[in-house]
Design a protein around this ligand. Structure first.
Ligand SMILES: Cc1cc2nc3c(=O)[nH]c(=O)nc-3n(C[C@H](O)[C@H](O)[C@H](O)COP(=O)(O)OP(=O)(O)OC[C@H]3O[C@@H](n4cnc5c(N)ncnc54)[C@H](O)[C@@H]3O)c2cc1C
Length: 788
């Protein structure tokens, strides 16, 4: 064993494929004072027993880019390091057993092409030509992805580690990290079985151990282990080395060639959690007991697809634990709790495919002090402290493992480990027949009515949502938006700090509310939110539910030396919104305050029934309306007073459709770290005088533009993710979509490459539909004119 240095610029905990990749990429960026600590030997944790499938396709453009980089890297690593990696670009075939699955595959193929991944929709006969040993009598069709591949995970790890070592990184095996020291919110050192190492940065790449390492530093790393299986068979006639990977998601199974036999694995819908009492130590190159009962659903389906398996012997049963996260995406980034403490873990059985891109992204984040691309789907900050609960995590991962092969229905809601966070009026919403979804752990109303089956077509709930939208557009509707993230910023420098962070002028009079962007140094959106000045030295900041941890982190880091304190007040207030042309008279009927003298963008305390609440005049649906910020203990009283006025209750599906009709952008969809105000069409939200973070890049000439999209054919239904084409060539894609009862057709927002574009074709699962494109919103209530 090598001697432990007393100090290193970066200490990476964990010598699996992810730790090795972070080390490799740090070294490539010129950071070589790096030590990788591994309690056993390289790859001995989960990496060594991975099946080695590398599929390129992911749900978003940025995540697909990340995986595509992995494939590029794996293809060249052997030549660069002299170490074999087993990389083979064998392609992959996915087959569908149902019409719905085929629709999903067609949508996937269209997205793939849009993101630069070649993908071909194929017939059952073509699928069989590519994969002769399968039966296809029940196959509806499939997709062929020629760029997918496979690799040897241990060899890849060795090659990455060797590449890093060649540049000066130290990889030290048989050293166990036992503690992490944090001082004044900054990581200082790690304690190990062999002594202490001072560190400028610590990177937690400890796989299924990462939760425990996180806890050593007071950092939430929400993951839980589950058992995960595959078998390796004896040789099968017709199984040749260049056979593509085969996925049969309706049968929960995948197949990969290995020395003339097959690796048969899969993702069962009801997974088996493991490690409830922690991960044993040592746990090195170790497997768990065979569990044929748990594996039977995969094996039976595999035999159905490949009948030769019935008479083929099994050489080896692999049951290895892997860590899964609450939403089946990995966890990346600097911990919001501790500066200098980074996490790359929770790879949900896609760590081999993801490691190249994830390692590079994390290394760039460390070296540059900020991510260089949109990593939001994997950002550690999409969770919060509440997610660090073992019982909740255990129950949730029974579902997340199976998500790989579950249907990716639009608006799919996870069902396990709910309810968790509830609005104070949850019981009133439930009594009114709410159909709940969940976001950031919160139960939120999607619409009022019973749950209906998932579909890619127009859903059965649409008439319910139409009625809620019509009520809001013609009368008024009541929405519970308690899940908003809410912070107070207080202190003598609060205004100065926010002026620097916000694109808009927020040094306004007390009682004014301002919609603003928060940009990064590249001029891209870190967030968009509202800021209300509630006192000369105090602001109420309100942001979307999903990004509340991230925004809190961005704002607190951006305060710098300013004297102001940021406090999370999310649980302190319920938020009820009364929106619609009749909202003024309805609120007037329960308050003595004068709602006729209440300017747009103003905010003040008003009486409402017996309670005193903050009423803020603003709208996200495009109608006259107020958001009411109600101290939680008054929430039920206030909600009951509002219900007594006869207001129609409405949910988030209605909000979503109305904000799209009105062209309002949403962070995480149209707005993100790579989108500037110029690209978003939000120049008007930026101070002309500059003086805010990212100002010098905010007006850069964009190469893509946010536009509104209105479908010509009222029958087709858009969900988001669809490709936009002109003359058969991809020119953009849909980011958000909904059916608009106001316009009588599907409306959407999306990106296009040409701001002057007026028409495009939308690829809806292989069918082309014409659409009108405009930089203006299709619905404008102030002109009482509906533009189609
Ligand atoms: C059966 C199975 C099949 C799979 N198939 C695929 C596949 O086909 N494709 C794919 O992309 N992915 C697959 N995976 C997933 C893949 O194996 C993992 O996502 C990946 O290996 C995770 O890598 P890692 O570096 O995060 O974790 P690990 O490989 O577990 O590395 C973490 C390391 O940290 C070390 N460590 C922990 N605590 C400490 C400490 N206190 N001090 C020092 N060191 C510590 C551990 O010893 C371990 O070596 C599969 C997983 C399983 C179980």
């Amino acid at each position: 064993m090598k001697a432990l240095p007393s100090r290193a610029q970066v200490v990476i905990i964990g010598g699996g494929i992810v730790g090795a990749s972070v080390a490799y990429h740090l070294a490539e960026l010129g950071w070589t004072d790096v030590v990788v600590l591994e309690q056993g030997q390289l790859s001995c944790g989960t990496t060594w027993h991975a099946a080695g499938l590398v599929g390129q396709l992911r749900g978003t453009e940025s995540m697909t880019r990340l995986i595509r980089y992995s494939t590029d890297l794996y293809a060249r690593l052997e030549a660069e390091t002299g170490f074999g990696t087993g990389w083979k670009q064998c392609g992959s075939v996915s087959v569908a057993r149902t019409r719905e699955r085929m629709t999903q595959l067609r949508r996937t193929a269209a997205q793939a092409r849009n993101h630069g991944v070649s993908a071909e929709v194929i017939t059952a006969a073509q699928a069989q030509e590519l994969w002769p040993v399968m039966r296809v009598d029940d196959v509806v069709g499939g997709v062929w992805l020629p760029g997918d591949g496979k690799a040897n995970p241990s060899d890849l790890t060795q090659a990455l580690a060797r590449g890093a070592q060649r540049r000066g990184v130290q990889v030290i095996e048989r050293v166990r990290v036992t503690g992490v020291t944090v001082k004044d919110g900054v990581v200082r050192s790690v304690s190990t079985s062999e002594g202490e190492i001072e560190a400028g940065y610590v990177v937690n790449c400890a796989g299924q151990w990462a939760k425990e390492i996180g806890r050593m530093a007071g950092v939430t790393v929400p993951l839980h282990s589950a058992e995960h299986f595959y078998v390796v068979t004896e040789q099968i006639e017709g199984v040749r080395p260049d056979l593509p990977v085969l996925r049969d998601p309706d049968g929960y199974a995948y197949f990969k060639e290995e020395v003339g036999g097959l690796v048969v694995g899969g993702f069962e819908p009801d997974a088996k959690p493991w490690g409830m009492d922690g991960i044993p130590y040592p746990f090195e190159f170790q497997l768990l007991e065979e569990d044929w009962d748990q594996f039977s659903i995969i094996m039976e389906n595999a035999i159905h697809r490949v009948p030769a398996l019935e008479t083929t012997g099994v050489r080896m049963f692999y049951n290895g634990p892997e860590s899964f996260t609450p939403d089946n995406m990995f966890l990346l980034g600097e911990a919001p709790e501790v500066r200098g403490f980074f996490v790359g873990a929770g790879f949900n059985s896609a760590g081999i495919a993801s490691a190249g891109g994830a390692g590079r992204a994390l290394a760039e984040w460390i070296v540059n002090g900020a991510p260089t691309s949109d990593l939001w789907p994997a950002d550690l900050r999409r969770f919060a402290r509440w997610a660090d609960n073992d019982t909740w995590l255990r129950d949730r991962v029974t579902e997340t493992l199976g998500l790989h092969y579950a249907m990716s229905w639009p608006n799919k809601e996870l069902e396990t480990a709910r309810p968790l966070r509830r609005s104070p009026v949850h019981h009133l919403l439930a009594a009114a027949g709410a159909c709940f979804g969940s976001k950031m752990g919160w139960e939120r109303v999607n619409y009022f009515g019973t749950a209906t089956p998932y579909t890619f077509d127009r859903p059965e709930w649409q008439p319910r949502v139409n009625a809620e939208i019509n009520a809001c557009r013609t009368q008024a509707a009541l929405f519970d938006q308690t899940s908003f993230g809410k912070f107070t910023l207080k202190g003598r420098d609060a205004a100065a700090a926010l002026q620097w962070l916000c694109t808009a002028d927020v040094d306004v009079e007390v009682g004014r509310v301002v919609y603003t962007g928060l940009l990064n140094d590249r001029g891209g959106y870190e967030s968009d939110l509202t800021v209300t000045r509630v006192a000369h030295d105090e602001y109420l900041i309100v942001t979307g539910s999903a990004q509340s941890t991230r925004d809190f982190d961005v704002i607190s880091k951006g305060l710098g030396e300013h004297r102001a304190v940021l406090v999370d007040a999310t649980g302190t207030y319920a938020v009820f919104s009364v929106m619609g042309p009749k909202s003024r008279e309805i609120l007037q009927s329960v308050s003595k305050a004068d709602f006729s003298a209440f300017a747009v963008g103003s905010s003040r305390l008003v009486d409402l029934g017996y309670a005193t609440v903050r009423a803020t005049r603003m709208t996200y649906v495009g109608e006259l309306g107020w958001e009411l910020y109600v101290p939680s203990e008054f929430a039920v009283t206030v909600y009951e007073s509002l219900l007594a006025t006869g207001l129609t209750q409405a949910g988030y599906y209605a909000i979503e459709a109305m904000r799209i009709e009105k062209g309002y952008r949403a962070w995480g969809r149209e707005l993100g770290p790579e989108v500037t105000p110029a690209a978003a069409g939000l120049r008007f939200t930026c101070k002309k005088t500059g003086g805010y973070r990212g100002a010098d890049r905010a007006m850069d000439d964009p190469d893509r533009h946010v536009v509104s999209i209105v479908l010509d054919d009222p029958e087709a239904h858009l969900w988001g993710g669809e490709s936009l084409l002109r003359d058969g060539e991809p020119v953009g894609y849909v980011t958000s979509a909904a059916y608009s009862p106001t316009l009588g057709t599907s409306v959407a927002l999306g990106f296009v490459s040409d701001a002057a574009m007026e028409k495009a074709q939308v690829d809806v699962a292989g069918e082309m539909y014409s659409a009108q494109i405009s930089r203006k919103a299709p619905y404008d209530p102030t002109s009482s004119r509906v533009k189609a």
